[in-house]
Design a protein around this ligand. Structure first.
Ligand code: COA
Length: 197
């Protein structure tokens, strides 16, 4: 497998002994690569699928549509891809686009904001979310940031547990008015990041 310098790759094989003979199980090839402009339609489809599967338990359908419209239009994503302060990366499993993250420079020089982290429901629990968190941590360090910050809905319990497992702590609760009569009722979580050496 050839990897470009900005890719994270993971391919492992497990060898089991079954009935006295060796069986090698190929694990999938997992790559994290930058989102390109031509990926935007697939990215929006994946985001909509995940949002409509995950968020109805947390916010209204009207709010989901409103927030998707604020965050996932071709124009907004293309502008961010062109910017020098926000990045989108996709996670491919055997070439299939199953997860993505985006991150941007924070309000202070030392902080990177982990803005989006989404794994398709059928691909959860396989370490892809944590792989993306570690990926964003290394991108933060590359850009001289020593803190990661994120917002998560107060009722998004699974995601909060996952972030806490990876060292994030709740810095504060905050209600953000996002217009259209909607608010985001969030926790702000943060974590110090340092080189693993
Ligand atoms: C949150 C999310 C990204 C996690 O992705 P994932 O690929 O399932 O996560 P991983 O398999 O890497 O799991 C990482 C760890 O978090 C834990 N974890 C993951 N989801 C969890 C959940 N719902 N509840 C409790 N713990 C959870 C796992 O047990 C694992 O711990 P371990 O490393 O000790 O085994 C994924 O569930 C998702 O896309 N959720 C819907 C969208 C969302 O809420 N995104 C966050 C927006 S702020």
């Amino acid at each position: 497998m050839t990897l470009h310098s900005n890719e994270v790759g993971l391919q492992t094989a497990r060898t089991l002994i079954e009935g006295g003979s060796k069986v090698t199980i190929e694990q999938p090839t997992v790559r994290v690569v930058p989102v390109r402009e031509e990926d935007i339609p697939a990215l929006i489809r994946l985001a909509r699928e995940i949002w409509f599967e995950h968020y109805p338990a947390i916010i209204t359908i009207e709010q989901i549509e409103y927030m998707l419209g604020q965050r996932y239009t071709p124009q907004i994503i293309a502008e961010q891809l062109d910017s020098e302060r926000a990045w989108w990366d996709k996670l491919l499993v055997d070439g299939n686009f199953v997860a993505f993250t985006s991150y941007e420079l924070g309000k202070t020089l030392d902080t990177m904001k982990l803005d989006k982290l989404y794994v398709h429901a059928r691909m959860r629990g396989r370490g892809y979310g944590s792989l993306l968190i570690r990926h964003v941590e290394s991108k933060a360090l590359e850009r001289g940031c020593t803190r990661l910050e994120l917002q998560v809905n107060k009722h998004n319990r699974g995601a909060i547990e996952m972030y806490q497992r990876y060292g994030f702590t709740i810095a504060r609760a905050a209600v953000f008015d996002i217009g259209g009569g909607f608010v985001m009722d969030d926790y702000v979580l943060s974590k110090g990041v340092r080189d693993r050496g």
